[in-house]
Design a protein around this ligand. Structure first.
Ligand code: G6P
Length: 434
């Protein structure tokens, strides 16, 4: 590989400047020749704004990278070395429905978790499989780096139903690492965390500072009430007894499972006052795009940090560089388990530390998953597997069964009602259930 072609599907996303910033920062080790930002007609205005900002950022960095914006996905994918997917089928409007609709049944409404994530997966899986068809045909050697949420389920679908070389990525592990570095007042380069679990259900099993096991210290600090969250998740304090009994560090998304009542209460209050997270993000985005339009802006603006996805460029571009440069570095990504967690199925997608080099991501063996977390992880994985099958084959029954298996949904009866509402509200995006 030399002179890399990178295609970004969902290039008009407000997060793209993050990605460009990552490419610029690593330009000495990653010879990018062209960046292709792809979007659909409905996203054209945003795509043009992002394209212009990208060109200004590249110019300021004095780099010789060509930037293309296009609505022609196939042209962008053709001969690409890396395809990055970060699109949102139905946009923030669909997300807003995902977050609101379950509240009617006293069930959490969240972008990626519970019924909200289920609806998003159903909308997204047919589209990502279509994109993968294009990759198989036009760029069969390309790596697909998928951020599109729910990233774990989407990666599961791609690895089960296509031959595309795929790695699923999320900013939760890197954010946890940065948060832990802060609370330990340490440089994050000196911190190593053994992660294992699923996407948005990942646990930090052990934390090492310069090779010394500091897990108990971190657990103590978090159980004393230290803030440990992400922009998009309510900053509720962890119950110290939970942290002590887990003996591992949960990720911020675990609050939806372990503190369901408190979060539901907060979501319902917010929905009547400041609005769902999607509504808040719409407001942030409006301001962000006004800012992006400013012709003298040529760097990633500070305001982008208000979004939950900060640090994701670090995660993405350092991963791409580790593959390209055959670095043998450790990154936490979503891949097939392949026995790394010995008491989980081999062919399910897990989020785990992997050795990254030009062959891709090889999960690092961690032995058995503790019974303290295994039950919850397996139940959520069953929900994910049923969701994939439902989305791919338009199988309604598997969908209801999957949703009723999700720990956030109280019964099959409620699952059925929510699923029917989802189908009705997403008619246009769920042709597989016609
Ligand atoms: C976190 C998650 C991402 C998610 C984002 C939402 O970073 O890891 O998967 O997309 O939050 O943030 P937002 O600002 O859109 O609510």
């Amino acid at each position: 590989m030399s002179g890399l072609k990178i295609a970004v599907i969902g290039g008009g996303s407000s997060y793209t400047p993050e990605l460009i910033d990552g490419i610029i920062k690593r330009s000495s080790e990653l010879p990018v020749e062209s960046i292709w930002l792809v979007d659909i007609q409905a996203g054209k205005e945003k795509l043009d704004i992002i394209g212009d900002l990208t060109k200004r950022m590249i110019k300021r960095a004095k780099l010789d990278i060509k930037v293309y914006t296009t609505l022609n996905r196939r042209e962008a994918i053709k001969y690409a070395d890396f395809v990055i997917t970060q699109f949102r089928v139905g946009g923030l409007k669909a997300r807003s429905l995902d977050e609101k609709l379950p509240l009617k049944y006293d069930v959490i409404g969240q972008e990626t978790t519970g019924p909200g994530g289920f609806a998003k997966a159903l909308r997204t899986i047919p589209v990502i499989l279509d994109i993968c068809n294009d990759i198989e045909e036009l760029a069969s050697n390309a790596w697909l780096i998928n951020f599109t949420n729910p990233a774990g389920i989407i990666t599961e679908a791609v690895l089960k139903h296509t031959n595309v070389k795929t790695i699923g990525l999320c900013n939760v592990p890197i954010t946890m690492k940065n948060n832990i570095s802060k609370i330990l007042d340490a440089n994050s380069n000196n911190i190593k965390i053994d992660f294992l679990g699923l996407n948005h259900m990942v646990y930090g099993n052990k934390v090492y500072l310069k090779g010394r096991d500091v897990t108990n210290k971190v657990l103590d600090i978090i159980s004393e009430g230290e803030s440990f969250t992400m922009r998009n998740i309510p900053d509720l304090k962890w119950d110290s007894k939970l942290i002590k009994s887990l003996e591992m560090i949960p990720c911020p998304y675990h609050k939806y499972y372990y503190m369901t009542d408190e979060i539901l209460k907060e979501e319902k209050e917010n929905s009547d006052t400041i609005g769902t997270r999607a509504k808040q993000v719409m407001d942030i985005e409006k301001k962000l795009f006004e800012r992006y339009k400013e012709s003298n802006l040529d760097t990633k603006p500070k305001e982008l940090e208000k979004r939950g996805g900060s640090y994701y460029s670090d995660a993405a571009i350092s991963l791409i560089s580790a593959i390209y440069n055959d670095k043998d570095e450790i990154h936490t990504v979503n891949v097939k388990n392949e026995g790394a967690i010995s008491n989980l199925s081999e062919d399910i997608v897990v989020e785990i530390n992997c050795l990254i080099n030009k062959s891709g991501a090889k999960p690092i063996s961690v032995g058995r998953m503790s019974n303290r977390i295994k039950g919850l992880v397996e139940v959520v994985k069953s929900y994910e597997l049923l969701t994939v099958e439902s989305a791919v084959f338009g199988d309604y029954n598997k969908g209801v069964l999957g949703l009723s298996t999700n720990p956030l949904v109280p019964s099959f009866t409620v699952a059925k009602k929510i699923f029917d509402d989802i189908i009705l509200a997403n008619k246009y995006y769920l042709p597989q259930f016609k």
